[in-house]
Design a binder for this molecule. Structure first.
Ligand SMILES: *[C@@H]1O[C@H](CO)[C@@H](O)[C@H](O)[C@H]1NC(C)=O
Ligand SMILES: *[C@@H]1O[C@H](CO)[C@@H](O)[C@H](O)[C@H]1NC(C)=O
Ligand SMILES: *[C@@H]1O[C@H](CO)[C@@H](O)[C@H](O)[C@H]1NC(C)=O
Ligand SMILES: *[C@@H]1O[C@H](CO)[C@@H](O)[C@H](O)[C@H]1NC(C)=O
Ligand SMILES: *[C@@H]1O[C@H](CO)[C@@H](O)[C@H](O)[C@H]1NC(C)=O
Ligand SMILES: *[C@@H]1O[C@H](CO)[C@@H](O)[C@H](O)[C@H]1NC(C)=O
Ligand SMILES: *[C@@H]1O[C@H](CO)[C@@H](O)[C@H](O)[C@H]1NC(C)=O
Ligand SMILES: *[C@@H]1O[C@H](CO)[C@@H](O)[C@H](O)[C@H]1NC(C)=O
Length: 362
């Protein structure tokens, strides 16, 4: 009865109690057939038929038992994989293409729309607010804002991971969340919001889950400093009808905020600039293993077509992007700093001299 064994084994193959159960009964049937050899032909036929029926019945039972759990699950996963045809996606891109299955809603007809994960990595007063509204004006992009401005969400790496998982599973609900057809989902993340503090774990997460980064920085750190001081000033004075605004939507509001000219401490100026410079440089060095594109605010201001590079990087269709944000500091630096002559003398001839002269590198 060796043949019988060989037939039964693969049928129940895959391991587990049920297989063993089927295998044993298979042998019993074989024994019955063997004993029937002494009976007359009719009886032999009856026994044979019964054996067949019994065998089919047992096998059906086995299949049902398997089907109720593991088998059906395997089939379901295979169906889902087949539904989303990945064959058109370049081999080098597969790691960055995802098909999230949100818990809170169904992606319905877009469940096979590939989704890219991204993060805008930047620092305060580098134009990232403006940049994010531009991206969010794209039909297929959802950037959910500075979600790590909340201390609790960035208090430790497990909190950070949990938050990122929710965002990338398309379960984060913000005003920027698009419909189920989102093709790129992300957030805006400042270096000092737990990013530098947890850089190794975060780079690891990004690389493991195929998250891409848009590094958005400002080349002119002196202008960034002026913007920061003016913003801090407004935080206390609240020049616009008693409300603090980090970003404005009208030229009138911008002109009110730009009226303030900060006085810079020239004793500590070079040290401050160097600190910011080193901090950013170190951060980028630590995060450079992430798939990324680097964008400078000044280049965007000068040449909007740079935005198309970002859309190409995110692999979303090119389209016109708009923002209601109005630039606050539009005048030359010399008209934005109270003690310009002192500042000029402090930086003239140093490595930061270019910040004085090459305004926006236009
Ligand atoms: C997947 O798409 C490719 C072309 O993009 C096509 O040739 C192939 O037949 C598709 N496979 C399935 C299973 O639909
Ligand atoms: C962009 O969104 C539109 C509308 O939701 C959808 O029809 C289209 O397929 C999406 N495009 C991509 C590339 O995901
Ligand atoms: C991480 O932070 C969250 C929120 O602050 C807290 O509930 C949790 O206990 C912390 N986990 C660890 C491992 O410290
Ligand atoms: C998202 O939040 C808004 C308002 O808070 C609510 O109306 C909407 O139903 C929420 N959407 C989802 C998918 O939870
Ligand atoms: C203050 O509010 C009034 C009434 O809403 C508006 O007309 C005025 O322009 C506001 N002023 C500023 C500086 O935003
Ligand atoms: C300028 O910076 C120096 C060094 O940090 C400090 O000692 C000094 O008090 C500062 N001056 C003003 C006016 O804040
Ligand atoms: C603007 O940027 C695009 C894309 O990076 C580039 O191809 C083009 O040459 C730039 N134009 C100018 C005038 O710098
Ligand atoms: C800047 O420094 C150079 C010498 O390093 C000097 O010749 C020049 O006059 C300075 N510029 C101003 C505006 O002070």
């Amino acid at each position: 009865m060796g043949g019988s064994k060989a037939e039964e084994k693969p049928a129940g193959g895959g391991g587990g109690g049920e297989d063993w159960w089927c295998y044993q009964f298979g042998n019993k049937d074989a024994l019955i057939v063997k004993s029937s050899k002494k009976s007359p032909l009719a009886l032999r036929m009856v026994v044979f038929a019964m054996t067949m029926i019994c065998g089919i019945f047992i096998c059906t039972m086995c299949m049902k038992q398997l089907g109720s759990d593991s088998l059906s699950r395997i089939v379901k996963i295979e169906v889902a994989e087949q539904l989303c045809n990945k064959s058109a996606i370049l081999h080098s891109e597969v790691h960055f293409v995802h098909y999230p299955q949100p818990i809170t809603y169904s992606r319905s007809e877009c469940k096979c729309t590939p989704v890219r994960f991204f993060a805008i990595i930047s620092s305060q007063r580098s134009g990232s607010g403006w940049f994010e509204t531009l991206l969010n004006s794209h039909m297929n992009v959802s950037s959910n804002g500075e979600i790590f401005s909340s201390k609790e969400r960035r208090s430790n790496i497990s909190s950070i991971t949990k938050t990122l998982d929710k965002v990338y599973n398309l379960d984060w609900n913000s005003s920027a969340s698009k419909n189920e057809c989102t093709a790129a989902v992300g957030l805006k993340w400042m270096l000092n919001q737990g990013l530098v503090a947890n850089h190794a774990d975060i780079a690891d997460y990004f690389n493991r889950r195929g998250v891409s980064a848009i590094f958005l920085f400002r080349w002119n750190l002196l202008r960034q400093l002026v913007s920061q001081l003016a913003n801090n000033h407004d935080r206390y004075l609240k020049q616009l009808n008693g409300t603090h605004k980090a970003h404005v939507h009208t030229a009138y509001e911008a002109s009110i905020l730009a009226r303030y000219k900060p006085r810079l401490n020239t004793t500590s100026l070079i040290r401050s600039l160097k600190q910011v410079d080193d901090y950013t440089r170190d951060a980028l060095e630590n995060l450079k293993s992430i798939n990324h594109i680097t964008i400078y605010y000044e280049d965007l201001i000068r040449n909007r077509t740079k935005l198309l590079d970002v859309l190409d990087f995110l692999k979303v269709p090119r389209s016109k992007l708009v923002s209601r944000h109005v630039k606050i500091h539009t005048k030359p630096l010399s008209e934005q700093i109270e003690n310009w002559d002192e500042v000029y003398n402090a930086l003239n001839g140093t490595q930061y001299e270019s910040f004085l002269n090459a305004d926006y590198r236009i």
